[in-house]
Design a protein around this ligand. Structure first.
Ligand code: SIN
Ligand code: MN
Length: 200
């Protein structure tokens, strides 16, 4: 395990050993069985390339009405509980008594990407966002708290965890591309990113 710092982002390389990654993926499979992945639409009416689901009291949702947190999956059912395996990562890396209310699940197939954006739909930016990578490598771009300016990129690999807190909490970030076939963790390939967020 090594910790890297870039633009205020804390990157815990290889935070999860292989066995822990397998357990977490199993837990995520349980979540998406109850709350299947779906493809949100941006407020501009474009389908996102990433497929999403969530666990916890809230899931993040987007359609032509805008971005927001919602308490039910599009199928009408409440989101499943946040897996313990994910909660333990939050506890270990943040040491906070405050627990996240959303574990957003992003699934990237070989062609998916996520444009530069800020995570700013939450009520209180004092709490960090914890981001867990599983499966194929993803090229993570880190920017600034305002649009534009210099960015830095790093390949996130399976088992890496990023903490976005402090100055990086509202920094722009995104995923330019993934490296298909770089990991054998997911039997059908692709990349999963989990983000733990305090919403209220
Ligand atoms: C996100 O910003 O929600 C996802 C980041 C990632 O996939 O690494
Ligand atoms: Mn984000």
């Amino acid at each position: 395990m090594t910790v890297l710092r870039a633009k205020g982002f804390e990157i815990y390389k290889s935070w999860l050993a292989q066995a822990a990654q397998v357990r977490l993926v199993d837990a995520v499979r349980g979540v998406v069985k109850a709350a299947p992945l779906f493809r949100p639409e941006t407020p501009h009416g474009k389908e996102m390339s990433v497929r999403m689901s969530a666990a916890g009291k809230y899931g993040w949702y987007s359609d032509q009405t805008g971005y927001r947190y919602v308490t039910a999956h599009p199928n009408g059912r409440a989101w499943p509980e946040i897996p313990d395996e994910a909660m333990q990562i939050w506890d270990a890396l943040t040491g906070l008594d405050r627990k996240p209310e959303c574990c957003l699940i992003n699934y990237y197939d070989a062609d998916a990407r996520m444009g530069l954006h800020q995570d700013k739909d939450e009520a209180d930016f004092r709490w960090p966002v914890v981001s867990i990578s599983l499966g194929d490598d993803g090229l993570f771009r880190m920017g600034n708290v305002t649009r534009g300016g210099k960015t830095e990129s790093i390949w996130l690999q399976s088992g890496d965890v990023v903490v976005m807190g402090g100055d990086a909490r509202l920094a722009y970030h995104g995923v330019d591309r993934t490296r298909a076939g770089s990991s054998t963790l997911l039997k059908d390939g692709g990349r999963i990113n989990l983000t733990l967020r305090v919403v209220e």
